[in-house]
Design a protein around this ligand. Structure first.
Ligand code: NI
Length: 182
C-alpha cells in the first residue's frame, strides 16, 4: 500500500480522455485501487479518480459519508466503493447545485449543477457488474468522479463563477460549504 501523488489542476493528465480497463479483476487494478483508497482517506477526500493519481484509466473510488447524505432513500451512506468502466445516465431532467471540492483543486470550492437522480453501472474488483439508482450526495459524487475520466474538472461545469472561491473566504459569506474534496 502506498499514498499516491495527486495531480493538481493544470496537469495534462487531468484533461485527457481515460482508457477503459481491460480486465477489472486483474491484480494490478486491485493494487491501484488499494492505493487510491489509502490516498483518498489520507487526504480526507470523498472520492478519487485514477487520472488524479496520474493513471489515465476509467475507474474511481468514492464513499458517501453519513454527514453528507440528504436523507433520501436512494442516498444512503456507503463505505469505500470502487467503480470500474462506469457509465452514468440521468433519470430525469432536473439538476441541483452542490458545493464541490476536488483534491486536484486544493483549498477551493464551487457550486456545480448536477443531475438530481442518476443510474450508474460499472464493475467491481471481482469483475461483477454493479448497478445503482441514486440521488443526493451519492449522485453528485459519482458525477464529479466520472467527469475526471473525461478530462473535466468541476469548474468547467459551473454556470456562476461568483460561487467559486477559496474555502476560507466562502465560509464568511454564503452557506458554509462542507469539507472533503473529490
Ligand atoms: Ni475531483
Amino acid at each position: 500500500m502506498a499514498i499516491l501523488k495527486i495531480a493538481r489542476m493544470g496537469h495534462p493528465v487531468l484533461l485527457t480522455q481515460a482508457a477503459p480497463v481491460a480486465d477489472p479483476a486483474a491484480p494490478d487494478i486491485a493494487r491501484l485501487v488499494a492505493d487510491m483508497f489509502e490516498t483518498m482517506d489520507d487526504a480526507s477526500g470523498t472520492g478519487l479518480a485514477a487520472p488524479q493519481v496520474h493513471v489515465p484509466l476509467r475507474l474511481f473510488v468514492f464513499r458517501v459519508s453519513a454527514a453528507r447524505v440528504t436523507g433520501a432513500p436512494d442516498d444512503p451512506p456507503q463505505g469505500n466503493t470502487v467503480l470500474i468502466n462506469p457509465e452514468i445516465t440521468p433519470l430525469d431532467e432536473e439538476k441541483v447545485s452542490w458545493w464541490e471540492g476536488c483534491l486536484s483543486v486544493p483549498g477551493m470550492r464551487g457550486a456545480v449543477p448536477r443531475w438530481r437522480r442518476v443510474r450508474y453501472r460499472g464493475f467491481g474488483l471481482d469483475g461483477k457488474e454493479i448497478v445503482a439508482e441514486v440521488s443526493g450526495f451519492h449522485a453528485d459524487v459519482v458525477q464529479h468522479e466520472n467527469d475526471h475520466l473525461d478530462g473535466l474538472l468541476y469548474p468547467m461545469r459551473m454556470t456562476d463563477l461568483r460561487l467559486f472561491g477559496f474555502n476560507e473566504e466562502l465560509s464568511r459569506a454564503v452557506a458554509a460549504p462542507g469539507k472533503g474534496g473529490a
